[in-house]
Ligand binder design. Structure first.
Ligand code: SF4
Ligand code: SF4
Length: 226
């Protein structure tokens, strides 16, 4: 068995003499001695109430940061992640093809999609399929934006609308009708045939010589409140 280790001593290890060490300790004590002012208390010749009003007067002249919401709506950053929008093509057909990629990408399981088949009699999007049922549960959504990154058609985007509070849980499950972008001038409410070309190639890759859609219809949709 090994020898037990002696307990550490409080003796300093420097080579200074005991008298010198004692003097240093006394000098340190005197320099660190508390003043007659309590810690955290400022010394002033003003009485306490006057010091308090000094803080008040100094604050009165600082820049006010109060927001007048909801009388004055807050201006968000341009790329703020707000309520989602399901966008349309310039003729009014829906960009959503019901692929469910957004639902699979969502980490909060907030999106529910059911795809449906387009027919020549009832066409909602230019492709074979469309989003027949589309819901976003804003009780779950954390506004991460992964769903809009996953969308292959740029159907799903996010607006700057942040007013999503409600006292009814059911009302915070937004349906396709609430999420769809409004019809702009030049658009037609689906179902209807493709207006921008006879086939998908014509529809998506339009002839540059063909008349462009109206500027208003081509602008991204960022505002709509159901
Ligand atoms: S923003 Fe994020 S949490 Fe909200 S629906 Fe999209 S993927 Fe889900
Ligand atoms: S919004 Fe986009 S990702 Fe989601 S189902 Fe529609 S096309 Fe697919």
């Amino acid at each position: 068995m090994s020898e037990p280790t002696p307990p550490p001593t409080a003796e300093p290890t420097s080579g200074a003499s005991p008298a010198r060490r004692e003097g240093t300790a006394i000098a340190r004590q005197s320099s660190e001695a508390p003043s007659n002012t309590a810690p955290g208390k400022r010394s002033s010749w003003l009485p306490g109430p006057a010091q308090g009003f000094g803080v008040t007067f100094a604050t009165m002249f600082k820049k006010v940061t109060t927001e007048e919401y909801p009388e004055v709506p807050k201006q968000t950053k341009p790329r703020y992640h707000g309520r989602h929008v399901l966008n349309r093509h310039p003729d009014g057909l829906e960009k959503c093809v019901g692929c469910e990629l957004c639902a699979w990408a969502c980490p909060a399981d907030a999106i529910y999609v059911e795809g449906g088949d387009n027919t020549e009699d009832a066409r909602f999007s230019p492709g074979e399929r469309y989003g027949a049922v589309y819901q976003i549960n804003y009780l779950r959504c954390i506004f991460c934006g992964l769903c809009i990154e996953a969308c292959p058609t740029r159907s799903l985007t996010m607006s700057n609308d942040f007013e999503l509070a409600d006292d009814d849980r059911q009302a915070l499950i937004y349906t396709k009708e609430q999420l769809m972008a409004p019809l702009l001038p030049g658009m037609e409410q689906p179902p209807h045939p493709m207006r921008l070309g006879e086939n998908e190639q014509d529809y998506y890759v339009r002839d540059p010589k063909a008349a462009p859609p109206t500027q208003q219809a081509a602008e991204p949709v960022i505002e709509e409140r159901a």
